[in-house]
Write a protein that binds this ligand. Sequence first.
Ligand code: UDP
Ligand code: MG
Length: 344
Amino acid sequence: MLPVLSFVLPVYNERDNVEKILAEIETFYREKLSDRFGLEVLFVDDGSTDGSAQVLKALAGQRDHIQVVVFSRNFGHQAAISAGYKYARGAAVVAMDSDLQHPVAAVEEMIERWQEGCDVVYAVRDSNQVGFFKGLCSRAFYRIFNLLSQTDILPGGADFRLVSRKVVDALNELPERCRFIRGLIPWLGFSSAKVAYTPRPRASGEPKYGFFKSLGLGITALTSFSIAPLRASLVLGALFMLISIVYLVYSTIAWLAGGVLIRGWTSIMALIVLTQGLTLLVFGIQAEYLAKIVMETKRRPEYVVCEVIEQAGADAVEPVSDVGPGEVSGPGGEMPGSSRGAPG
Ligand code: UDP
Ligand code: MG
C-alpha cells in the first residue's frame, strides 16, 4: 500500500474557504502525488459558529479521504493543530491554514526535502503580506523569543510545515497542555529544512488573530520556552536594592552632616514610583508563570472533541477518486460518523 500523506487544517469560521482549499489539495494531489502516496485530509473544526462543521461533514460524506474532528467549542489554533497531529495517520503530516493563505503548491518542494531525509520542513514566508504593524510586532516577537529562549524559531514560520511520522509521534508524547507548536517542533530537534513561499491574501472571512490574541500567544510562547524574564526580575531586584543601599548611605551621611534632607523630595518620589512599578512588573511576570503552573496542574485536556467523522475502514486511506463537490464517491455515499472522546 502507498504511504499516506496527511493534510491537517484547523478551521474556525471558514465556511466559504474549506471547499476551496480542499479542491486545491485534491487537484494538487491528483496532478503530483497520486502515483506515490495515499491522501488524508483532516479538518479540525475549532468550535466554528458559522456552519463550517456542517459543510465539512457534508464533504466528508462525499469522499473517503476526509476526516473531520469537531471540537465542543473554540479552543484555539494551537489546540486544533495539536488535535490534527493526534488524529493524523500519515507517514508525513502537512499542517496549513484553511483560509488559502498557504499555497498548496509549496508542498511539492516540502515533500522533496522530506524524501531527501529531513524530518521537519518549514515553509517560510518570503514576503510580508501582513501589514506594517502586524509585521513589526511579529519581527519584534521573533527577535525577543530567539534572544531569550534556547530554542530558535524561524521568523515568518507560521504553522505551515511538513513533519515526518517520527516527529508527530515525539510531539504527541510531550505531556504539556499549553502548547506553542512553533517552538515545540524545533525543541524536539530532528533534521530540518526550509522552503520559501509567497503568502496569498485570505480568501474570505475574517482573520482571527487580532492584536490581543497574538499578544496572548506570544506570552504563552515566551513563558513556555524561557525563564529569562524570571531571571531578569531577580537581576532588576538586586540592582534596585543596590541603588537603595547607596541612597540610604548617602542620606545618612547627609543627615549626619546636617544637610537639608527635604531637598531630596523629587528623587524620593521618583524612586518610590519607579520601584513600585518595578515591583508590580516583577509580580506580573511571576504571575504569568504561576498561571501556567495552575493551568498545567489541573491537567485538563488541551481540547474536548465532540465528534469525529472518519471513513469506515480507518486504516485504508485510498488514493483520491475523481469527484467534484456535490458528487458522491463509493457505494452508499454517506460515510458513517463515529464519536470518541479527546485522545490521550
Ligand atoms: N483558527 C483556529 N482557531 C482559532 C483561530 C484560528 O482554528 O481560534 C484557524 C483559522 O481558521 C485558520 C488558521 O487557524 O485556518 C489561521 O488563522 P488566521 O488566518 O485567522 O490567522 P492569521 O493568518 O491572520 O495569522
Ligand atoms: Mg490567515
